[in-house]
Design a protein around this ligand. Sequence first.
Ligand SMILES: C[S@@+](CC[C@H](N)C(=O)[O-])C[C@H]1O[C@@H](n2cnc3c(N)ncnc32)[C@H](O)[C@@H]1O
Length: 289
Amino acid sequence: MTLFPQPGADTSAWRILHDAKADLWVDHFDGRWLVQTREAKMPGFLLPPGEGVARSVYWRPRDKAAGTAPERVSGEEVRERFAVRENGASFWIDFAAGYSCGIFTDQRLNRRWVAEMAGPGQRVLNTFAYTGGFSVMAARSGAETTTADLSGTYLDWTWDNFALNGLERSGHHGVKGDAFGWLRTFARQGRTFHGIVLDPPTFSRSGKDTFRTDRDYGSLAALAVSVLEPGGWMLCCANTHRLSGGHFERDVFSGIRSKGRKILSSESPPMPPEFRGDDYLKTLRLRVE
Ligand SMILES: C[S@@+](CC[C@H](N)C(=O)[O-])C[C@H]1O[C@@H](n2cnc3c(N)ncnc32)[C@H](O)[C@@H]1O
């Protein structure tokens, strides 16, 4: 069992162990381990190294439907939310929040890319935003942001993350509701963005329609590009094993081209190194004419 070392001095949250074959995943959140397994019990062999290097070990079965909060296995009790660092930014983690506890560690390098791409004078739209990690990165770089999510709880969490980073709310907007609906509204209003993040769940309901990443990404990309400024950038992510990198690229490209837009550059980087060998998260980083 190899534990992945801390990726940098200014990062205290990362996937310290990722073994998809063994159905075993461990996130390190500033010294607190969150162990997830497919099996309905904590693997005993993890305890010795866990106790040696972690101040707390929490475990939960990886069962999204159950939405179980993790239970303490050893070490300090984590009673309240706590902050972690990632590439200089800070984010709240809450073990009591249910299935997802604040940030997805697999998006670390994409969050860094958004920080590099965003800058003063830009408007950045973060759709399917969850706790606003990409919005925080864009705002820290000086961009104005719009954060869209179905959940008011996650929008509130986004503003808490802004406050944690010392970011003022002015120039930053939150829109609650269906991202597809908001993209259509922005297009009607002529509201445009210099950068757009698309990171939808694998499956989502949008009004009467359903969205499936492996079937409908092209139409999502087409909607998004209709509110993208000329020369703008897009981060497109798809979190599913069911879609190959090639298939994903074809879908995104055809959606963008269906609106008569030309792709100036495209990059499909691998996942952070601690996830290599699994590569379920597909990423496209684009510039569009
Ligand atoms: C996989 S998470 C996104 C993770 C996020 N991009 C990040 O990196 O932290 C999916 C998010 O999409 C939101 N969501 C699901 N369906 C949606 C929809 N139709 N419109 C807007 N948000 C939606 C959920 O509430 C959840 O916060």
